[in-house]
Design a protein around this ligand. Sequence first.
Ligand SMILES: [Zn+2]
Length: 239
Amino acid sequence: MRKRILVVVVTGRGAIGLLLATSVLLLLVLATGRTMPALAPLYPAMVGKVITVDPGHGGIDPGSHDSEGILEKDIVLEIARDVCHLLARARAVPILTRHGDWEMSPLWPEEKTRHRQDLAARIHIAHRTNSDVFVSIHVNKIGSKSTSGAIVFYSKNKPESKRLATCIQQAMKDVAPFRGRSVLEGDYYVLNAANIPAVIVEVGFISSPEEKELLLTPSHRGRLADAIFRGLLSFFEGL
Ligand SMILES: [Zn+2]
């Protein structure tokens, strides 16, 4: 690769000042043996936080789907990857439970059914990595075409999970003008089994034609990922 050299010519008093400042900096570096200090983190509350990001389903389990071959497992993987990029940039430690299109069940054969093995493996990853929180991302589907919007689930009697759900839901409110946004108690295995704050984020309904259109748009998925990131930030900032 060709290197570019920037040459700045300063004359008069400016040159003397610049020379002095550079000399002082050089002396400091030589005296302390240190290099230039690192930039301060943009989001101090996020630094070092271990966050398991779980794109639901995968492999033989497509999750919600429609007649056009739109699959929940593909949409949520894209969003989860985006969330991880944002977390890494904020110097958090994202743990993505699956990086591609596969089921998780082979990782945790102790459970009786394939479905339970799949879910247990995801929580196992969060626990083994000492994650601070667990966020599972999903897409919803019901019979009605008019229901839309994000829903964040948390487990009963887990106040920190409820706080995390509320923070994420609050951030999701700005993403798109859909109805039905709420925070709900949910009796789900991954939420009950987690010993850390855990939520399921249902980012929208593919049964709503308008929302499905948006969920297939990379820019909208990026906004959803950003909202999940901002919700996590609020949670760790204690807002
Ligand atoms: Zn799902």
